[in-house]
Design a protein around this ligand. Sequence first.
Ligand SMILES: Cc1cc2nc3c(=O)[nH]c(=O)nc-3n(C[C@H](O)[C@H](O)[C@H](O)COP(=O)(O)OP(=O)(O)OC[C@H]3O[C@@H](n4cnc5c(N)ncnc54)[C@H](O)[C@@H]3O)c2cc1C
Length: 179
Amino acid sequence: MMRGLCYSAVSYAPLFIERVAVVIGDTMLALRSTAELASIAQKVTLIAPTHGELSSSMGQRVLEAKNVEVLEGFRVEAVLGDEYARKLVIAKGDDKREIEADAFFVELELEPQSEIVAHLVERDELDRIVVDCANRTSDEGIFAAGDVTNVVAEQVLIAVGEGAKATLTAHEYLLQLPK
Ligand SMILES: Cc1cc2nc3c(=O)[nH]c(=O)nc-3n(C[C@H](O)[C@H](O)[C@H](O)COP(=O)(O)OP(=O)(O)OC[C@H]3O[C@@H](n4cnc5c(N)ncnc54)[C@H](O)[C@@H]3O)c2cc1C
């Protein structure tokens, strides 16, 4: 990790200005990362295991970008390199290829571990806990924060801020409870 294999285009895309990058994934996260990298990199190849969100407006933008190549239906079989990741082995049926690049961004969607409260609070279609702007869930007295919620952007700064907000709201909730 961090030697050619990256997990956050939001954080590391600026290191690859005018360079060659690969993005792996087929969800909105992968498309956002591809669009972001395409605005600065020389070339971006998107390895999309399925059609995923390619029909969305972000997907169309990615498909039309001159410096983006979309390889739909390919799966990653191996990452090859020395002290640094240098190439990917990808395959679609019998079609096996090796792709060289300066960076490989793994941009697969996160899997929220929210089962523990599945019977208590509302979750969205991705199993993220639904919260309002004060981190209240659908059940009074239960608050949630961070990547496991439906708040936008999976980033440390956001999660920390949301955690602080949730704590304040929970504290206020306790203060107004009858003695
Ligand atoms: C590979 C990778 C690279 C990243 N790079 C960056 C980056 O460069 N910059 C950036 O800002 N963000 C980055 N992120 C995102 C960032 O890590 C997250 O946004 C942040 O950690 C979210 O914090 P959180 O507290 O909501 O969740 P987490 O940090 O995921 O913490 C949740 C915790 O809950 C625990 N847990 C889960 N289920 C249970 C259970 N039933 N009982 C008890 N404990 C449980 C988990 O073990 C975990 O420790 C990256 C994420 C990944 C995966």
